[in-house]
Write a protein that binds this ligand. Structure first.
Ligand code: GDD
Ligand code: MN
Length: 385
């Protein structure tokens, strides 16, 4: 839009304000994803009101149908204060997806994402806004690892070590220039998210890294250090799958989107199956089983393990439960059996044509895995239920 156009729009808005009592939209929209955060909503709002005096802001809570009815509290507050909004998402889960949806529902030129649990320091928001306003940065990351302080006192030792590895990996592999690519506290021009939106993943906690890695043009990133506070009410939703998810995204972006994060996870699960297979085979042979019995046992164990892990991780957005879990196992086993035959067939073909043994073996493994991935994505985990 040309500046003349927007100027006349602004004039019109002003006129309308006078004539009809309309008020213009906010400059800053704060997106807060929530999952069972009922007790944190009121203190959060109080803090925002104080921290954002003199700024035209709104807050959008994006709730995944929390059982504790977090959104009831939000709706209640909305009736008194029009700056407060809530989005209820049903049959969906995911921090990243909730943030993207909240941002896209907003019309404010600048958006911020922060947690509901009061761990993020809301007094940083005004400073972050000032940085974006100055026009030299597209994105401001509130970092727990600023120069002045190492501020992850609220994290456990294992999480600290894990975080450091994950950060190093993102910096090295993707050349991401921020000290805290896992931060859930940042501010950006909305246009940055609008541009990257079609490529962003809905799963997991890695929205910031995804945003940086998916932007069509390099982002100008600024940082602001803050102290990560301990959680007051409720509990963390972060678990091992969040870490795997991050790894999947990292490799996927590293490959230039050639392989998807889902493929990476499927491959990792498959590799764990190979290791398990060999371990069980060895164990059964040591127990005195005949080779074919031991091999059969190892295959079954690996198959069940692969299925269960894929269901919990690779396809957790389409997870099969109850009877569908059992029927899925049957489907998975059938499809993978075909995969094995196809793999063996291809290897033999290569080997028959005088390929080296390992070329033949690799070709078979690739064809078999590709078959397994494609057919299971299309059939076993076709869609969410
Ligand atoms: N809508 C929605 N859906 N919100 C969710 C979901 C979900 O599936 N999962 C978590 N949230 C919300 C929580 O209610 C909270 O407001 C925020 O997202 C962060 O979740 P926590 O469970 O409190 O995460 P954390 O404190 O363990 O993790 C923090 O550190 C991570 C990096 O170490 C957060 O700041 C993360 O954003 C950050 O990536
Ligand atoms: Mn938290």
């Amino acid at each position: 839009m040309s500046s003349r156009n927007s100027a006349s729009l602004a004039q019109r808005a002003e006129k309308l304000t006078v004539i009809e009592g309309l008020s213009p939209g906010p400059e800053l929209s704060i997106i807060i994803p929530t999952f069972n955060e009922r007790d944190n909503v009121v203190p959060m709002i109080e803090r925002l009101r104080t921290a954002l005096r003199g700024i035209a802001w709104e807050v959008i809570f994006v709730d995944d149908d929390s059982a504790d009815r977090t959104l009831d509290v939000v709706r209640d507050l909305s009736t008194q204060d029009r700056r407060i909004r809530g989005i209820r998402r049903v049959n969906r889960r995911g921090l990243a997806g909730a943030c993207v949806e909240g941002i896209l529902s907003s019309s404010a030129p600048i958006v911020a994402v922060m947690d509901a649990d009061l761990q993020h320091d809301e007094t940083q928001l005004a400073g972050m806004l000032e940085i974006i306003r100055q026009g030299e940065s597209d994105l401001v990351v509130a970092t727990r690892y600023g120069e002045e302080q190492s501020s992850d006192g609220a994290l456990t030792a294992i999480r600290q070590a894990g975080s450091r590895v994950a950060i190093r990996a993102a910096q090295r592999l993707l050349n991401v220039k921020t000290t805290d690519p896992m931060s859930g506290f940042f501010m950006a021009r909305r246009s940055v998210v609008e541009q990257a939106a079609p490529k962003l993943s809905n799963q997991g906690f890695k929205i910031l890294l995804d945003l940086i890695a998916s932007s069509p043009s390099p982002l100008r990133i600024a940082e602001i250090p803050y102290i990560f506070r301990p959680r007051m009410h409720g509990e963390s939703k972060m678990d091992a799958s969040v870490v795997m998810d991050y790894l999947g995204l990292l490799i996927s972006k590293w490959s230039g989107d050639l392989i998807s994060a889902r493929m990476v996870l499927f491959g990792l699960v498959g590799s764990s199956g190979v290791v398990l297979h060999l371990a069980v085979l060895r164990l059964l042979l040591l127990q005195g089983a005949t080779f074919s019995v031991a091999q059969l046992g190892a295959m079954l164990v690996a198959m069940v393990s692969n299925y269960t892990l894929n269901n919990a991780l690779t396809y957790r957005d389409r997870r099969r439960r109850g009877w569908r879990f059992v029927s899925g196992l049957v489907l998975f086993s059938l499809l993978c059996s075909v995969g094995i035959f196809a793999g063996v067939g291809v290897s033999s073909l290569f080997y028959g044509n005088r390929s080296r043994w390992w070329v033949a073996g690799l070709a078979g493994a690739i064809i078999g895995s590709a078959w397994n991935y494609i057919t299971n994505s299309m059939i076993t985990w076709r869609h969410a239920r």
